[in-house]
Design a protein around this ligand. Structure first.
Ligand SMILES: Nc1ncnc2c1ncn2[C@@H]1O[C@H](COP(=O)(O)OP(=O)(O)O)[C@@H](O)[C@H]1O
Ligand SMILES: [Mg+2]
Length: 352
């Protein structure tokens, strides 16, 4: 089966992954697989097991076991990584694609690695003049300083792993007695735990999509209405039916919407993103805006924010996937991977 005999683009959908977001990735991949335009694309499902072994499978929940350490990707026209978290969204898999020379959808090595690392993201965004949240990091070695750091920030504090996702390892700490357990939890997911003041805010997500010619489009702003009983947008609220609701488009003034859009574009460019990103904001009652994080491979289940953001902007899930793949192919043929998407900096930012 070759692309010439089928006259279709062979797309490797890579999912699973050796991290805490394995299941979320499988759910995202189901959405992508179901929405791949079969007129143009031929899917090949490739699963990475929790042990990091790569295997071609017939379906997302194929019970097959085994696999290999290094995959043969040579028959694929392009790969679409539908992976979240470490060893997927963090540049490592993107590095493998670069090494073997297979085109891929989305952010490259640098932007993936930067955006996965919340501390590094903040440094880059702050240097670009964007508002972020005061953040301090502690490791096992410097953990003894955490209680002084928390006192300095003032309770309640928010504790979360530097490199993780889906709210795994995150907790709100209301008093010094709870700090140790929160640090244990965060440090179980990464070597660095972050401490931040608890920001009482609305969460607004913006989706950035890069068009074939490199221009950036922004979807409808999405407001997350978390279940009132929860302290924050935790794993259960994210993935339990009824755990949250989205208001999309979020009711924002034109001025605020324009500000968030320009921040999202600046963040995308500052981190050298490519293809897509979801930029997540905290919006406090006094009007203060801060970027919480940037996701380079945002959740892609049919109910996830990124497809919802595009649906509301008139781009259905199927078209979204097609556009992502077409941009990945175009970026590769234009050589913009090796040149870096910073080459698009010269163009004026275009919000839609
Ligand atoms: N400083 C903070 N103050 C209040 N809530 C926070 C803070 N940081 C994170 N949260 C809550 O925790 C959730 C997960 O944190 P986030 O930084 O987005 O990590 P993840 O990569 O796991 O999504 C956020 O969506 C938000 O609800
Ligand atoms: Mg988040």
């Amino acid at each position: 089966m070759t692309s010439s005999t089928l006259n279709k683009t062979i797309v490797g959908i890579i999912f699973g992954g050796a991290n805490s977001e394995h299941e979320v990735s499988c759910a995202s991949a189901s959405g992508v697989f179901a929405n791949l335009d079969r007129e143009r694309f031929e899917p090949v499902l490739i699963r990475i097991s929790r042990d990091g072994l790569w295997q071609r499978v017939e379906s997302i929940d194929d019970p097959a076991t085994g696999g290999e350490l290094l995959p043969d990707l040579s028959d694929l026209d392009i790969v679409l990584p539908v992976l979240h978290g470490r060893f997927g969204e963090d540049g490592t898999v993107q590095g493998l694609f670069e090494l073997v020379g297979v085109p891929y959808v989305g952010c490259g090595v640098l932007s993936s690695a930067l955006a996965m690392d919340k501390l590094m993201t903040q440094r880059v965004l702050s240097a670009a003049g964007l508002p972020t949240i005061p953040t301090r990091g502690v490791s096992d070695r410097t953990r003894h300083t955490a209680s002084a750091v928390a006192d300095e920030l003032g309770y309640p504090v928010f504790v979360k792993p530097n490199r993780a996702g889906s709210s795994v390892g995150a907790s709100r700490v209301d008093s010094p007695a709870e700090l140790d357990a929160a640090l244990d939890l965060a440090l179980a997911s990464d070597s660095i735990a972050l401490l931040q003041p608890v920001v009482v805010a609305e969460e607004i997500d913006l989706g950035v999509l890069q068009e074939i010619d490199g221009e950036l489009s922004i979807g409808a702003p999405l407001h997350i209405l978390s279940d009132d009983g929860r302290a924050f947008f935790d794993y259960a609220s994210k993935y339990t039916a009824g755990g949250h609701e989205f208001e999309v488009p979020a009711r924002l003034s034109d001025e605020l919407r324009a500000t968030l859009e320009s921040f999202a574009i600046t963040a995308f460019r500052a981190l050298d993103c490519e293809g897509l990103a979801r930029v997540d904001f905290f919006l406090s009652a006094d009007g203060t805006v801060a970027i919480n994080e940037v996701n380079t491979l945002p959740g892609m289940t049919a109910l996830s924010q990124y497809p919802t953001i595009w649906e509301a902007a008139g781009v259905g899930y199927r078209e979204l996937i097609t556009r992502l793949i077409d941009r990945g192919l175009a970026a590769r043929s234009a050589g913009s991977r090796s040149a870096g998407s910073r080459s698009t900096d010269a163009r004026p930012a275009q919000a839609r």
